[in-house]
Structure formats: C-alpha cells, structure tokens
Write a protein that binds this ligand. Structure first.
Ligand code: NAD
Length: 251
C-alpha cells in the first residue's frame, strides 16, 4: 500500500475525479477527509469504501466559502493531528464564455472555486506542516491551464493560475512541501452538467480541436496519476504539471 498512515484532504469528492481519488487513496491505506457539498453523495462514498484499508471521513464544505473551508481544514488538523496530502480537485466550468461575454459574477464564481479555494486550502495546509515535516499538494488543473481555448476565459485563466500557484509553492517550500499539478484532457465526469447556457462563439471556438482528441479518459485514470504524485513514488518530482490526456496536446 502506498499511503499507509497518511492523512489526505480531497475536495470535490462527491463525483468524478475527486470521488475516484478518495476511493483509491482509501484503498491504499490513507485516512481520507473527503470534502464536498452534497451529503447524500458523501454518505454513498463512505459506503463504497467499506472494507478498505483506509477510511473515508465525509466532510461537508464549500470551496468557494473561503472562511468556511479554512475552518474545515483547521478542524481536520485538530481531529487527525496532521494532514500529509492535499488534493485540490473541486472545479467548475464557465459556460465557454470568451472574455467579451464574461460577467463579473461568472468570473468571480469560477475563480472562487478553481483558484481562490485551492490557494486558501494550500495556505492552511502548508502552515500545518512542521518545519521538519513532509507535505504533498496535488492540484487538479487542466490542459486548459496550458492552452488557450479548451474552455472560456475564466476557466482558462483559473487553470493557468493553478499551475502558477503550484510552481510557486513547489519552489518556495522545496524540501518541506512537494506541489505538483495534473492537467487532464477530456474525462468522462459530471463537469459538463454545469454548462447550462454556453456562449455560441465560445463553444464553437473551444470545440474546434475536438477531432484531434484520441479518446476521452476515465476518472480512475486520473486518480492513478494523482496517487503517483501524492505518494513517495514521485519523491523527486516537484513543481511539475503532469498532462494526462491520451496525447491530445501532443498534436
Ligand atoms: N472532466 C474533464 O474533462 C476535466 C478536464 C480537465 C480538468 N478537469 C478538472 O477536474 C476537476 C474535477 O472535475 P470532474 O471532471 O471530476 O467533474 P465533476 O463535476 O464530476 O467534479 C467536480 C466536483 O467539484 C465539486 N464542486 C464544485 N464546486 C464546489 C464548491 N464550491 N465546493 C466544493 N465542491 C465543489 C462538484 O460538486 C463536483 O463534485 C475539476 O477541477 C475540473 O476543472 C476536468
């Protein structure tokens, strides 16, 4: 088992990649604080992990509520005595809005979940790792954090921001914290459910490269990449962004 005796904090755990990451981490022996807003989904997740070496501790929390989510992480540290791993996975799309159509409200709501939340959690996580300790952060970015038109302006900017934040943490705290990002390509999850009223221009431009995508991925395939970055298997890897996209961006 790769995460025995580790305590991991995973956001967005009620569906998709966060769900798969929480389950895989518990299978690998970790105590997993699984954070999400939907209680019914969290209860189902706990049941799914029954019999695993590690356990899932369902915790309700909204990543967009900066004070609230910081309190959740503080309470987790008090309860478990430490956190070894932080996975910032919660994320939302942006209706494919190009900058000219992006309202202040849309910008703020996307950035709150995709960038400010990960920053607030990373800060609280870093400050509870002892000077002589070892902490690991894995941020779920996107190939939209490396390229210009996988989504609208707010999502693209937020994911570029997450990659920059990851690199900054990695270098500033090298030796004590390892911080890496995963940049998934298209993955079969519920993320598209949030797209209600997409911009026709944005959707057309963002989908222009779809035909070059070799295939969609599954949440479990991303979880495997996250486990690698969260475990000692990647002990020399810090500040990188691991692209997991079946080769889409290799074109
Ligand atoms: N699916 C893809 O194709 C894809 C590609 C690249 C990157 N990503 C990123 O992967 C991550 C996981 O997304 P997914 O594809 O598994 O989608 P998903 O919608 O299944 O999972 C995202 C989770 O985040 C949660 N969430 C949203 N806002 C939240 C908030 N304010 N507080 C707490 N939780 C919140 C949602 O409830 C959901 O459970 C996201 O950061 C997303 O941007 C997804």
């Amino acid at each position: 088992m790769k995460l025995e005796k580790k305590v991991a904090f995973v956001t967005g755990a009620s569906s998709g990649m966060g769900h798969a990451i929480a389950l895989l981490f518990a299978k690998e022996g970790a105590e997993v604080i699984a954070v999400a807003r939907r209680k019914d989904r969290l209860d189902a997740l706990v049941a799914d992990a029954a019999g695993f070496a590690g356990h899932i501790h369902a915790t309700q929390g909204d990543v967009a509520d900066a004070a609230g989510i910081a309190a959740v992480i503080d309470a987790s540290v008090k309860q478990f005595g430490k956190l070894d791993i932080l996975v910032n996975c919660a994320g939302v799309m942006d209706e494919m809005m190009p900058a000219g159509e992006t309202t202040d409200e849309l910008w703020d709501s996307v950035l709150a979940v995709n960038l400010k939340g990960p920053f607030i959690l990373a800060r609280a996580f870093i400050n509870q790792v002892p000077e002589d300790g070892q902490g690991v952060i894995v941020n779920i970015a996107s190939i939209g954090g490396l390229q210009g038109s996988r989504a609208g302006a707010a999502y693209t900017a937020s994911k570029h921001g997450v990659i920059g934040l990851t690199k900054n943490i990695a270098f500033m705290y090298a030796g004590r914290i390892r911080a890496n990002a995963v940049a998934p390509g298209g993955v079969n999850t519920e993320i598209g459910v949030g797209i209600k009223n997409p911009s026709p221009l944005g959707a057309k431009r963002a989908s222009a490269g779809m035909s070059t995508n070799p295939r969609m991925g599954e949440a479990e395939e991303i979880a495997n990449a996250v486990l690698f970055l969260a475990s000692d298997d990647s002990s020399f890897i810090n500040g990188t962004t691991l692209v997991a996209d079946a080769g889409w961006t290799a074109y």
